[in-house]
Design a protein around this ligand. Structure first.
Ligand code: NAD
Length: 351
């Protein structure tokens, strides 16, 4: 298979972690007989420096032309006080410009990193593997908002089509996992949530999934009380924003978690959930595993290369089993931390 990838390293640790992810993708492609070509693109603070804009037209055009996008992270203190321009506008511009409305955030706790989970071992159990599907381009973050006199308002608005398409993504994901789907909403209060339930009843008919509905306040509580009950969760933009951060904390390690943003076609944007970590940028100590795991998600969701995706995930697991830890993952003072590149080397050696 030929894969044409738009690479958007971004700012801070972005270029360092993307470099390791590219090495891993190149090796997997080589092993399985695929060809990868890369187009390097500017977005975020580095794009502001070079062009005055966080998302130059050329970046969006070339990202549209690519099969998929791999992004590092954008932003940093250098660009925090510019008038009306923020590096993060590049992310929203790419998501909207590429029509990516479903955000997938797995919360996967590796046994080797169990110490980092804030929950008691008996609550975590043997395994924690939850996939959150968040609607990404609708709802209250995009609805009408404003001020009137001394009040302010934001509007939660969803169309049937917006709900339907994200539910279809969640159904497909759930069918490929444990066939269990939880729809999180606030249907006891919100009309928009009642629309979600109506649409869900149609979309889920004949899906073969074990489906349950849960109010968001209960869901946030259940996530820390009994996270084992969840497999795939689907929810609106704002609820997903909150719940996916809560779930990611259960894994205890921000440097480990990948994400995917998907739309109607095969194209997606894949990135670690963490930011540009300006405090450690340039030191060569950032954890590249979230970005490497984002490549695995890309192979699975954009190219349907499940074996290749698993090869990367297994290599990452073995790397952790063999005791490799970047500074963010060290458990105690006796543990020696490896560098970003050494972590990349260790994954490559186990592929
Ligand atoms: P952050 O995720 O960049 O960093 C939070 C903490 O986690 C820091 O201590 C950092 O060193 C650490 N960390 C993050 N990733 C790590 C990694 N791979 N390895 C080791 N340690 C890691 O969040 P922040 O400090 O709130 O934000 C910094 C900048 O990133 C801001 O400009 C913010 O707007 C931007 N940001 C960008 C994205 C994105 O591009 N998707 C997401 C979040 C924040």
């Amino acid at each position: 298979m030929n894969m044409n990838i738009a690479l958007v390293p971004g700012d801070g640790i972005g270029p360092e972690i993307v470099e390791q992810a590219v090495r891993v993708l190149d090796k997997v492609a080589d092993q399985f007989g695929h060809k990868v070509t890369y187009t390097n693109l500017l977005a975020g603070g580095c794009a502001i420096d070079a062009t005055g804009k966080p998302l130059p037209e050329e970046t969006l055009e070339k990202a549209k032309a690519a099969d998929s996008v791999l992004l590092g992270a954008v932003g940093g203190p250098k660009w925090e006080h510019l008038d009306g321009i923020r590096p993060e506008q590049a992310l929203l511009g790419l998501r909207a410009g590429l029509g990516l409305y479903a955000n997938l955030r797995p919360a996967l706790l590796y046994q080797e990193l169990k110490f980092a989970c804030p929950l008691k071992p008996e609550i975590i159990g043997d395994h924690l593997d939850i996939m959150i599907v968040r609607e990404l381009t609708g709802g209250i973050y995009f609805g009408d908002s404003g001020r009137e006199g001394d009040s302010a308002y934001d509007t939660e608005r969803y169309s049937k089509a917006e709900v339907e398409r994200v539910l279809k993504v969640a159904v497909k994901i759930a069918q490929g996992r444990k066939k269990k789907l939880t729809i999180v909403d606030k249907a006891n209060v919100l009309e928009s949530s009642r629309l979600w339930r109506e649409v869900a009843a149609e979309v889920l008919e004949g899906s073969g999934l074990d489906v349950n509905y849960m109010y968001v306040d209960n869901a946030t509580m259940q996530l820390v009380r009994n996270p084992q009950q969840f497999d795939v969760i689907v929810t609106s933009n704002m609820f997903g924003d909150i719940i996916s951060d809560e779930a990611s904390m259960l894994t205890g390690s921000i440097g480990m978690l990948p994400s995917a943003s998907l739309g109607d076609g095969k194209k997606g944007m894949y990135e670690p959930i963490h930011g540009s970590a300006p405090d450690i940028a340039g030191k060569g100590i950032a954890n590249p595993l979230a970005t490497i795991l984002s490549v695995a998600m890309m192979l699975r969701h954009s190219f349907e290369l499940e074996k290749e995706a698993r090869a990367i995930e297994t290599a990452v697991q073995k790397t952790l089993q063999d005791g490799f830890r970047t500074a963010d993952l060290v458990e105690n003072a006796e543990m020696k931390a490896v560098s970003t590149k050494e972590m990349g080397d260790a994954v490559l050696a186990r592929l």
